[in-house]
Write a protein that binds this ligand. Structure first.
Ligand code: ADP
Ligand code: MG
Length: 238
């Protein structure tokens, strides 16, 4: 599903060049749950953003479902993101003046979806994250863990095939972090491929696969846990 070969990314400013990603090779199959760890500044967010087509790259190749993303127009990239990719960030990124329902619905509006379909998806997503009863609440009325679950609902309402999560539990205490992790595992079991940046070694162990990045270089001495229904790739196809 995701095939990255020899990919490099350099941030250039007037004064310095930062080699954020160096010759990255990473293949992710449909249905995998991959945890990405590494020190601060090692390139984790950059890699996630490149995979999410939010960020361009300088060298190498990135195939998403067998198609190169290079050379696509901004419009084509944004259509691709809309169709295939959901994002979750450390800071939730919810709109505070919107209800939970409206927060989850907004990206579906951007996609031009009709209101009946939007309603169906938002209600289903709220159900999945266990917040159906609070659809009219505002984010400020929720705990951090609940807010992150709203952000997850917003991401999955788009029915993405890939979920990219950048330290989704970074702002949460350990109990809430565990609930968010369990929710992500449930979403993965329903077939969504997940790439998650985390600082938490326990989470990294729980993921089906753990890759580390140091100084822009990926150490893909992939450690596969014994396959369980939860982390088994759903299909052999990449
Ligand atoms: P991580 O998420 O692992 O903490 P990042 O991917 O955010 O690391 O950053 C990797 C490196 O790229 C760092 O040295 C960072 O300072 C640099 N970097 C990230 N984004 C930018 C940017 N927009 N402009 C210049 N340098 C950047
Ligand atoms: Mg980061």
């Amino acid at each position: 599903m995701i095939k990255i070969n020899n990919l490099s990314k350099i941030f250039r400013t007037e004064l310095i060049e930062t080699h954020a990603l160096r010759a990255i090779d990473l293949h992710v199959k449909e249905g995998e749950f991959v945890a990405l760890t590494g020190p601060s500044g090692s390139g984790k967010s950059t890699l996630l953003n490149v995979i999410g087509t939010l960020e361009s790259f300088d060298q190498g190749q990135y195939l998403l479902d067998g198609h190169s993303v290079q050379g696509l127009s901004d419009k084509a990239l944004s259509a691709l993101r809309n169709e295939k990719i959901g994002f979750i960030f450390q800071g939730f990124n919810l709109i505070k003046d919107f209800s939970l329902f409206d927060n989850i619905e907004l990206p579906l509006r951007y996609r031009g979806m009709n209101s009946a379909e939007r309603k169906r998806r938002v209600e289903q997503a709220l159900e999945t994250v266990g917040l159906a009863a609070r659809r009219d609440y505002h984010p400020s009325q929720l705990s951090g863990g609940q807010q992150q679950r709203v952000a997850i609902a917003r991401a999955i309402a788009g029915e993405p095939r890939i979920l990219l999560a950048d330290e989704p539990t970074g702002n949460l205490d350990s109990l809430m972090a565990r609930q968010v992790m369990e929710l992500l595992e449930k979403i993965n079991q329903q077939g969504c491929t997940i790439l998650m940046v985390t600082h938490d070694p326990d989470q990294a162990r729980r993921a089906g696969r753990h890759v580390q990045i140091v100084d822009g270089q990926l150490n893909d001495a992939t450690v596969y846990e014994p396959l369980t229904p939860g982390n088994q790739p759903l299909s052999a196809g990449a």
